[in-house]
Design a protein around this ligand. Structure first.
Ligand code: DC
Length: 672
């Protein structure tokens, strides 16, 4: 699975026979982040084995390197030269935390105690996640933030050489806030105290103790802890090894796979058994799964064991909210276990799932529905109707680039009557880069979706269909391709715009169906080049009339005739791959984030001397996207055999080169 590919990588899983064998799963993500960050805080050298090589951890590594820490790889071991508490330098460049909430929040705590400014950014999904929760206490200690409205990334933090130690009670149960404060407190004179009414993951405390960066923990009657750290501890040179145990959240996927596929019997070695992480194992036990533990020991201050699971039918379970913090990442895969169990399962206290890598709660429910299951959300609770193993499947699950949603539904497919497809598997590399190989080694059928790759016959007329939302870069790409291959080009949006323009100029309401039909009948090719076509109000009118089935029918013939000449053609629009040219040689579906598209459209309009405010351009796009994709006739969707291209971070030259490469590759495919 490749995270660097710009186009989506759909994967399919199919009903599999018994899963058997021993596997290693990826290193624990939380502990991997902390081993690098805390390793940088000792004086001396830390050798780390079992580190998770996912994108998130690699972003933390890079951020630490930008702060002056030497981290090098020697085979499977990562060697960190710790600089000691207070030993970091002003970062070179922006700290890009990618998709990782843990990386972003912990690193903010780490740099808060330095008298310099650090800039943080993240990918689209991280840029939507709440940062206020760390900004509040770090500001109380004396750090200053400049952030986007809504207090999301990107942001800058300017620290202080001497922060104020504080006592802070966590308003939400979050190990990330606690850890950010412990890291800030580590380099703050005096005693910083964090009170957590409910216990949250304690990997930071355990590793701090293990590395001699002492913290004290006092249990509270509420079940949580009061945790204190005395800042700027005396330090001496040390050389240490850290063995990162396997991630229980990753182990959850093969374990549930074995729990739902009859006859399975698998063992996973070296799994972190921290009681604040093993909620899923407990719940699986309550559902009747046959789980046993062996070879129990400690590593990195964490309890570790090998886990064996033998298949036994599951029964439904009710999961109380108190257990949610110990398995917050496991609900997607627990929902999959529940879907295969006998009876109705209810899981409470899932509000926090709405602010994860995606709105996970909704994504789980939507995924189950897509696979023919019954599931509902009631408040913060998820209700899953079990099928006693009779999962229908056949769905295409939208993952929202969420690794756990992708893996959970691939597991569900292993016991479904019809194969299950997840729309994109690239995110899996963030936590479990070897997921597919690991599952395949147990006998699971999980493979890339076989697309019918159509061979393009060289020297035959080439028809290319390009679809996508407004301002996704379709027109620019289409024009470049048309130039390169000497093909006629039709911007089908201008046909709809020409109809819209007629109505606008005649002061007619675009919602007036009869007027729109008349205007469509009078369509005149000369209008297609009229610069007024580009006005936003004309675009809006086009979007409105394009929802009228009769209008589309009238305009369809013209588009098909354009594509059918012996010269070939390139057409762009919303329904070219699905309706106008369903037999096109190549179908592309371009996307880009809303902000990127609004930015492009804004610049384009400014370039034409049209003054509009950015927010109004953005509002127009949202309105148009919604209308174009919700309409009944020929809505904006990708054809099933379209290649998806996310152009957010690409310039037009890159997009063009990728597409030319694709076309040439298809020309070169040997005739089957
Ligand atoms: O691509 P554009 O912004 O110029 O398109 C204007 C409108 O026309 C768009 O909002 C929807 C409609 N349209 C369509 O429905 N089908 C097409 N093939 C092209 C455009």
């Amino acid at each position: 699975m490749h995270s660097h590919l710009t186009y989506a990588q759909p994967f399919v899983s199919e009903k599999s026979t018994a899963l058997t064998g021993n596997v290693q799963v990826a290193g624990d993500k939380s502990i991997s982040h902390r081993s690098l960050i805390l390793g940088s805080q000792i004086i001396g050298c830390v050798r780390i084995s079992g580190l998770l090589l996912g994108d998130d951890v690699m972003n933390t590594k890079k951020a630490l390197q930008q702060l002056g820490v030497s981290i090098i790889q020697e085979g499977d071991v990562w060697v960190v030269q710790g600089r000691g508490v207070g030993g970091l330098g002003e970062p070179s460049g922006v700290l890009d935390m990618g998709n990782s909430g843990t990386g972003a929040r912990l690193m903010m705590g780490l740099v808060a105690s330095y008298p310099f400014t650090s800039f943080f950014m993240g990918d689209e999904s991280l840029s939507k996640r709440p940062m206020q929760r760390v900004m509040t206490p770090l500001s109380q200690m004396g750090a200053q933030f400049q952030a986007h409205s809504g207090n999301t990334l990107p942001l800058s933090i300017t620290g202080l050489a001497s922060l104020m130690p504080i006592t802070y009670e966590l308003p939400v149960a979050s190990a990330q806030i606690k850890s950010a404060l412990l890291l800030a407190g580590l380099n703050t004179p005096g005693i910083t105290t964090i009170i957590e009414p409910i216990a949250t993951r304690d990997h930071t405390e355990r590793m701090m103790e293990y590395l001699g960066l002492g913290v004290t923990r006092t249990p509270l009657p509420t079940g949580g802890f009061s945790i204190s750290i005395t800042g700027q501890p005396p330090q001496t040179f040390q050389e240490t090894e850290l063995h990162v145990p396997a991630d229980p959240s990753s182990a959850a996927f093969p374990l549930v796979a074995a729990a739902i596929v009859p006859g399975s019997n698998i063992t996973i070695a070296n799994v972190c058994m921290n009681p604040l992480r093993t909620g899923l194992f407990t719940v699986l036990g309550r559902m009747g799964a046959d789980i046993s533990y062996s070879n129990q020991r400690t590593a990195c201050g964490e309890p570790v064991a090998d886990i064996t699971l033998r298949y036994r039918p599951l029964k439904a379970v009710e999961v109380e909210d108190a257990i949610a913090p110990s398995m917050i990442d496991e609900y997607p895969i627990l929902a999959v276990a529940a879907a295969c169990a006998d009876g109705i399962s209810i899981m409470h206290g899932l509000g926090e799932l709405r602010v994860k890598e995606s709105d996970r709660l909704q994504a789980i429910a939507d995924g189950l529905l897509a696979c023919g299951m019954k599931a509902e959300i009631q408040g913060d609770s998820l209700i899953v109707h079990g099928t006693s193993g009779a999962v229908i499947g056949g769905g295409r699950v939208v993952t929202h680039f969420d690794h756990r949603i992708a893996m959970a539904f691939l597991v569900l497919g292993l016991n479904a009557t019809k194969p299950i497809t997840v729309d994109d598997s690239r995110a899996i590399t963030t936590s479990f880069p070897t997921f597919t190989e690991c599952m395949q080694s147990l006998g699971a059928s999980i493979l890339p979706e076989r697309r019918s790759v159509r061979r393009i016959v060289p020297d035959h007329p080439l028809v290319i269909a390009i679809d996508g939302p407004a301002a996704s870069g379709k027109g620019t790409l289409a024009r470049k391709l048309a130039d390169h291959y000497g093909l006629p080009y039709l911007d089908t949006g201008s046909i709809y715009r020409a109809v819209g323009m007629r109505l606008v100029h005649n002061h007619l309401d675009p919602h007036d169906v009869n007027a729109a039909i008349e205007a469509a009948k009078q369509i005149d090719e000369h209008d297609f080049a009229n610069p007024q076509l580009r006005q936003e109000r004309v675009g809006q009118a086009a979007s409105i009339i394009s929802a009228i089935a009769e209008v589309r029918a009238i305009l369809l013939d013209f588009q098909r005739q354009f594509a059918a000449t012996h010269k070939g053609a390139i057409l762009d629009g919303r329904d070219i791959g699905t309706v106008v040219c369903p037999n096109a040689d190549l179908k592309l579906f371009l996307t880009a984030t809303l902000d990127a598209r609004a930015q492009r459209r804004h610049e384009q309009l400014q370039g034409q001397g049209i003054e509009v405010v950015f927010d109004s351009v953005k509002r127009d796009l949202i309105e148009r996207d919604t209308r174009d994709s919700k309409r009944h006739t020929a809505p904006l969707t990708a054809a099933s055999d379209a290649i998806h291209l996310d152009t957010t971070d690409l310039n037009i030259a890159d997009v063009f080169l990728q597409v030319v490469e694709l076309i040439e590759a298809r020309k070169a495919i040997k005739a089957a």
